[in-house]
Design a protein around this ligand. Structure first.
Ligand SMILES: Cc1cc2nc3c(=O)[nH]c(=O)nc-3n(C[C@H](O)[C@H](O)[C@H](O)COP(=O)(O)OP(=O)(O)OC[C@H]3O[C@@H](n4cnc5c(N)ncnc54)[C@H](O)[C@@H]3O)c2cc1C
Length: 467
């Protein structure tokens, strides 16, 4: 069976769907897009708030490597005064995705390319004959020889320190993007987390409720570092540095090497050095042993994430202003417990002096980042795949076990024919695979792999192998 199914209607699904449609293959492509009303935008680009900005410059964003119009050009046409070096609204990138998708769909229709967009949620996948059958929440099924999971982050799980009472109170918000639809007017709002999603949440709350008192709490109290207004020159000795990094044994020597570079080149902007590591990040991660990966996650992840996934200058200015005006406090503290029926009591232990205090808050928002713990996720499709042994969880709970090209590894430790993933489910293998520059490259490579006759359950492989 040569049909291909993509499950997930976000930007990764859109990038792959468009890449497959542009190829002249006979396979019918089914795109199972879930319940999203705006296909292709997903969580990141579905926002309608103009203050939610991209954290990649316009020139670095895109959907296909071979798009007929890049995002920077689209931005210049549709957003007054936009330059390729600007950090533009995420909603504009959402519009760009829709326009690019529309073009590929029209072109595919003219060429008679077979495809179907299926607005349903996939509940389970069963092996069936030479392929698989996907059960949908609308009672239908889709049959395919090859399936790509483009599911994005898994549903967030509440922190273990949050009581059942607090969870049931309605004052504890697990989905930060649902916050601004709340009718209540809070006096104090606490955000757990200080990463990019936390920053978006704080800015949205400050606009929606101008007199709300905002508090953000995370273990290190470190908001993301900030991009400079203009792009940084590349570090001239990056290639040498990257070669030295690849020769390091584990995260500690890698970090020591990076620090040495900063010391020896004090006039070089450190952000350029970190950005220049992009081509080797996946290789470094793959070379770490499981113990070294654990060490990295425990001791360096917080700093790496802040330095690598930086904030655009405009939101950084807003955050600074909120802090200067005393409307926002950021605490370095560990959350020991969240309890109550609303308002909630949030008990924290300060990192500086170990003092334990309890703050009351009308709303508490959990914005602790991407959840990729497949083994614990309340996601029927993923749970079913693990239960049936068609996939296996990454031992560090960073998605599922897979090859670097996205082919899933089953419970027997073998490649599961015809099952693939793209995006955050592959964190365990690739570490950095969630931003558009990585996603569009991965989608293009996967489209090439899926369009070749020798993947998955395809019976033509046996014929070719025998010839
Ligand atoms: C707030 C935010 C801002 C970001 N900003 C940037 C940025 O500026 N630049 C950048 O490069 N990257 C950014 N990123 C990274 C971002 O993750 C990627 O750019 C991209 O949006 C990921 O797309 P995705 O399709 O993998 O995931 P998602 O956008 O999460 O889409 C996955 C989709 O699959 C659906 N789905 C899940 N399960 C099923 C199922 N069983 N059946 C059917 N459908 C299902 C979900 O409902 C969802 O619609 C940002 C991420 C976030 C969260």
């Amino acid at each position: 069976m040569s049909d291909i199914a993509i499950i997930g209607g976000g930007a990764a699904g859109a990038a792959l769907f468009g890449a497959l449609l542009s190829r002249d293959a006979s396979a019918n492509v089914h795109w199972v897009t879930g319940s999203t009303p705006r296909i292709g935008r997903g969580v990141a680009y579905g926002t309608s708030h103009n203050h939610h900005l991209l954290n990649v410059r316009a020139g670095g964003m895109g959907l296909y490597p071979d798009a007929d119009e890049g995002f920077a050009e689209y931005g210049a046409r549709n957003h007054a005064g936009a330059r390729p070096t600007d950090f533009l609204p995420r909603s504009l990138f959402g519009e760009y995705i829709e326009s690019q998708l529309g073009k590929r769909i029209r072109n595919a229709e003219q060429r008679g390319r077979r495809f179907a967009i299926v607005p349903a949620t996939a509940l389970g996948i069963q092996a069936s004959g030479s392929g698989y059958e996907i059960a949908l929440d609308n009672g239908g099924t889709v049959s395919a020889g090859q399936i790509v999971l483009a599911l994005g982050a898994l549903p967030p799980r509440p922190l273990r320190t949050v009581s059942k009472r607090a969870l049931g109170s309605g004052a504890y918000v697990l989905d930060p993007w649902s916050l601004t639809t709340r009718p209540a007017h809070p006096r104090r709002l606490i955000v757990i987390g200080t990463g990019l999603t936390a920053i978006d949440t704080l800015i949205s709350a400050s606009i929606r409720w101008p007199d709300v008192e905002l508090v953000a709490v995370s273990r290190h109290g470190l908001p993301p570092f900030v991009h400079p207004a203009l792009p940084i020159d590349p570090f001239p000795r990056q290639a040498e540095l990257n070669a030295r990094l690849l020769a390091c044994d584990g995260p500690a020597p890698v970090l020591a090497e990076i620090r040495r570079t900063f010391r020896e080149h004090p006039h070089v902007d450190w952000r350029g050095v970190i950005d220049g590591m992009r081509p080797v990040n996946a290789k470094l991660w793959q070379a770490f042993t499981p113990r070294q990966r654990k060490q990295f996650l425990r001791h360096a992840r917080w700093l790496w994430e802040s330095a690598r996934h930086r904030l655009a200058p405009q939101p950084a200015e807003i955050i600074q202003q909120l802090r200067d005006e005393g409307r926002l406090r950021i605490h370095a503290a560990r959350v020991l417990g969240v309890d109550g029926a609303g308002p909630l009591d949030v008990t924290v232990r300060s990192r500086d002096n170990q003092l334990v205090t309890t703050l009351q808050s009308d709303i508490v928002v959990q914005a602790t980042g991407l959840d990729t713990a497949a083994a614990f996720a309340e996601h029927p499709l993923v749970s079913g795949l693990l239960r049936d042994g068609l996939a296996s969880p990454d031992p560090l709970q960073l998605g599922v076990l897979a090859e670097p090209d996205g082919r899933l590894v089953n419970a027997a430790g073998q490649i599961q024919p015809g099952l693939h993933a793209i995006g955050s489910l592959l964190r365990g293998n690739l570490w950095e695979c969630t931003a558009m520059p990585e996603i569009r490259g991965a989608a293009d490579a996967l489209a090439t792999l899926l369009s070749s006759p020798c993947v998955g359950h395809d019976e033509r492989c046996a014929v070719l192998a025998a010839s």
